[in-house]
Ligand binder design. Structure first.
Ligand code: BV8
Length: 233
């Protein structure tokens, strides 16, 4: 059974109105990474961090999936083999588009995490520092987001998928952040065909066999139809 492994980044959600990180005026331009996406930043100023994610949670709640998300959902439902989406994004646009097999390696805005007992529950739209955990009652609730220096989720399962990939595609990510930026090397060593979809080559663009330049909402639907056509012939 053919397996397609998909990695998505902020560029996949850009056309749904959600800011990317490194474009000028992007999320990191308004805040320093160290202040809003590290455990140290959270310890230093929990309100700044919780409010940063409250704003993004509210924005994501209003956002609609774009043609790129819908193409990936169509691929999963119509492709004869297996399609796994591994996303660096913390929005739920893949799920809103109908994708079922989605792995949020950097966490999710819709989830809350207890720093004391590791319980997870659906995050309220607005979180506040010191919210108590519904399981252990301690005031240790935090956004269920993987910050810099923290271990991304489900890495063992992700590396297994990469070792089994026949095709690996990476969409809308700049290749700045590891371990996600290292996935193409893993997939290549497993013999997968590798394709990057971006407005411009990423920092690891030279590791891909093929690159489709353009907006994901345009390049992805074209590629998905090609793949579905090929798998039917
Ligand atoms: C870990 C959640 C190990 C937060 C995120 C040196 C010092 C310290 C650390 C490190 C270091 N070197 C490496 C590291 C590790 C560090 C890292 O990689 N740092 C970088 C900055 C150098 N990584 C980590 O810390 C990771 N953990 O390594 O743990 C470990 C080992 C043992 C024990 C414990 C731990 C954890 C990283 C996760 C951080 N959290 N997100 C949040 O969302 O607020 S990362 C954050 O940036 C996003 O989640 C996203 O994943 C990531 C990358 O951003 P992109 O998605 O690529 O977005 P970007 O804006 O950069 O690019 C957008 C792209 O889209 C562009 O290429 C653009 O051209 C394209 N585009 C735009 N529009 C479109 C488009 N493409 C197509 N169509 C369009 N329309």
């Amino acid at each position: 059974m053919q397996k397609i492994v998909v990695l998505t980044g902020a560029g996949n959600s850009a056309e749904s109105g959600l800011g990317t990180f490194r474009a000028e005026g992007g999320l990191w331009a308004q805040h320093r990474i160290e202040d809003v996406a590290t455990p140290e930043g959270f310890a230093r100023d929990p309100k700044l961090v919780v409010d940063f994610y409250n704003a993004r949670r509210a924005q994501a709640a209003e956002a609609e999936p774009n043609a790129g998300h819908l193409a990936l959902a169509k691929l999963e439902s119509e492709f004869a083999g297996d399609v796994i989406v591994i996303t660096q994004n913390v929005d739920d646009l893949h799920e809103k588009a109908g994708s079922q097999k989605v792995m949020h390696m950097h966490g999710a805005l819709k989830s809350a995490l207890c720093a004391a007992c590791a319980h997870r529950w659906p995050a309220p739209l607005v979180m506040a520092p010191g919210d108590s955990c519904p399981a252990c009652n301690r005031p240790a609730a935090r956004p269920d987001i993987v910050w810099f220096g923290e271990m991304p989720y489900d890495m063992d399962e992700i590396f297994r998928h990469l070792s089994e990939a026949d095709i690996f595609i990476s969409i809308g990510t700049s290749g700045n952040v590891y371990p996600a930026a290292g996935f193409v090397a893993e997939a290549r060593s497993a013999g997968a065909e590798t394709i990057e979809f971006n407005l411009e080559p990423s920092l690891v663009g030279n590791q891909f066999e093929d690159i489709r330049i353009g907006s994901a909402s345009e390049t992805l639907p074209v590629w998905v139809d090609e793949i579905l056509q090929k798998s039917r012939s």
